[in-house]
Design a protein around this ligand. Sequence first.
Ligand code: NAI
Length: 329
Amino acid sequence: MTTTVTITGAGGQIGYALLFRTAAGDMLGPDEHVRLRLLEIPQGMAAAEGAALELQDAAFELLDDIEITDDATVGFDGADHALLVGARPRGPGMERGDLLAANGGIFGPQGAAIAASAAPGIRVTVVGNPANTNALIAAAAAEGVPTERFTALTRLDENRARGLLAQTLGVPVRSIHRLPIWGNHSATQFPDITHTTVDGRPVLDLLAAQVGDVRAWLEETFIPRVATRGAEIIRVRGSSSVASAASATIDHVRDWVHGTVDWTSAAVVSHGEYGVPEGLISSFPVRAIDGEWRIVEGLKPDAWAQTRIDASVAELVAERDAVRALGLV
Ligand code: NAI
């Protein structure tokens, strides 16, 4: 079988990392051939063309074809997966409204092009920020495509949270399970350790011995560190997160297609779960079963956790209202 994967912003940094991981079979598995479509804007075409030359030189056995275009209808033609990475970054002096409007000008037309030309089973993963609201805009423009097919990436936040917890406890990251992210992929996100286990044992028991006052550690150390990890990477590395963002995107799509063994995190459309207004694309604890994300139900966040969730969801509501005022959703 051959799967068509369209990557927007393929000439950019995350695109560059994603192309090679995807062509190597890390996303869809060792038995699936891949047809890559690289969608760029005219200024990014040369970088995408250069990446395509390197892909050819890597001689990936699973890679059947590469096409590069700056035409969205061509780019999404027959796409089974759309990884929407290209976005408009916030420029100097740019207000939030300007940023949302600029991204509306990208994700609206891309949503419409997906509806017009993608494969019927298209699955969309939005990476470009503000990811949740960009996904909402694309979904609104994609008439006839179920909103359940539009997701935004919060797996990087979960991976960061698991990594930091593993480091704190001195255990390998594979020991840590059930650490979902709630809400927006932004500083308000809530990494939730309520149900987290370490080799099957509740983390809350282990953490008290390690950090003392767990609530204070969460509020003052853990949550801010996870939420501002992107800025920390920029400070230390001198450039934004690239390989880790691509890796999380690979994790997200692989799990969506092949299923999860336990909970993970993804921003998916709400049907009103946990008080999140219907229609918002918010991060939840999820499982992937039979190729579909299912929100983990029946959890009972305590008052403190619910306040955290509500704060992040309030930010999503404000973003939705802003793009609604612009006529984008
Ligand atoms: P980059 O600036 O290196 O690459 C972006 C690429 O997108 C450029 O080549 C640009 O030409 C292209 N592009 C812009 N508008 C486009 C359009 N309309 N159609 C197709 N291509 C378009 O940026 P980088 O580092 O690759 O990051 C990409 C996005 O991912 C940013 O918005 C960043 O904030 C976001 N991001 C999201 C994360 C998440 O966890 N959700 C994590 C890290 C980054």
